[in-house]
Design a protein around this ligand. Sequence first.
Ligand SMILES: *Cc1c(COP(=O)(O)O)cnc(C)c1O
Length: 370
Amino acid sequence: MKSFNPPIRTLMGPGPSDVHHRILSAMARPTIGHLDPAFVSMMNETKEGLKAIFQTENELTMPVSAPGSAGMETCFTNLVEPGDKVVVCINGVFGMRMKENITRFGGEAIVVEDEWGSAVSTDKVEQALKDNKDAKILAFVHAETSTGARSDAQSLCKIAHDNGCITIVDAVTSLAGCELRVDEWEIDAIYSGTQKCLSAMPGISPVSFNERALNKLKNRKTPVTSWFLDLNLVMGYWGDDAQRTYHHTAPVNTLYGLHEALVMILEEGLENSWARHQKNHELLRDGLEAMGISFLVDKENRLPQLNSVFIPKGVDDVQVRSTLLNDYNLEIGAGLGAYAGKVWRIGLMGHACRKENIALCLSALKDTLK
Ligand SMILES: *Cc1c(COP(=O)(O)O)cnc(C)c1O
């Protein structure tokens, strides 16, 4: 074997996004013990930083030591008990995964379906909750990365509470890329990921639970199915005043990376980060539309950080994407499900969301299509 030296790419797909060199160099700093007082104080700062970007005061706000999918599983394994009815909204790939989680943990999934590319319909959710008075949880994806559609998280949470449900929200792609206010919108349990708009390395999933979610957890009649993701145990390590006790060995250097990512977002300002994503999305949109390329998602539900666009007629999807990768070191994403071969997903996430990348993407695409 020889050392691995990856090619230098520009990552404009659905994740991972470009990792800033400040984050990469933070990760190269010396490894220390995961119970070292210096590490513990970095953990505390990390929790505070996560609270700031989630816009929450939730005590239970921490990074799960595994990727976004594990954050999803953390929410479902802790909150869904066997027999619980859960209304789950499916308008793309990640809603389907939520449903899979519900049934695997013994819950009964009531599915509210919307077309891929649409936002979740608040009317349909309201009806489903009226039809299922015994439902306990509403689960939905805020930013559907498989299509680029944004759903109205604030309204969906209000409808859920009016009908006696708590909410589980997927914010893997939305966190730091568009408006997200956990406390103001009364989101009960939320998970995200480090590899999208935080621009950090893949592999960590920030989660946050409010009192309502914690109550559901505390009043469980059955133990949490997963040992690793059981927050009762994890909080012995990440909890506040508790003597830190060993649960698992935290990914020490990866957490240096997350810490640096949070420092960078707070330096920029969270709202400035949201605004940068929007402004650059408009720049990319104008350029693509000038080339005659159109968007999958309606303007009002469109995410700035994930742009699904129709592949022009007669153009070979795979050939274009491999030319972009091989000749321009530029990665864009393929379509999923029914949109495989029909759309490209162009990410503008975190550090990748910059003017020079848009210029590269537009000119490389123009040349390649010619
Ligand atoms: C990427 C993504 C996930 C999964 O995150 P991983 O880090 O790949 O495990 C979950 N939900 C959404 C909406 C995503 O975009």
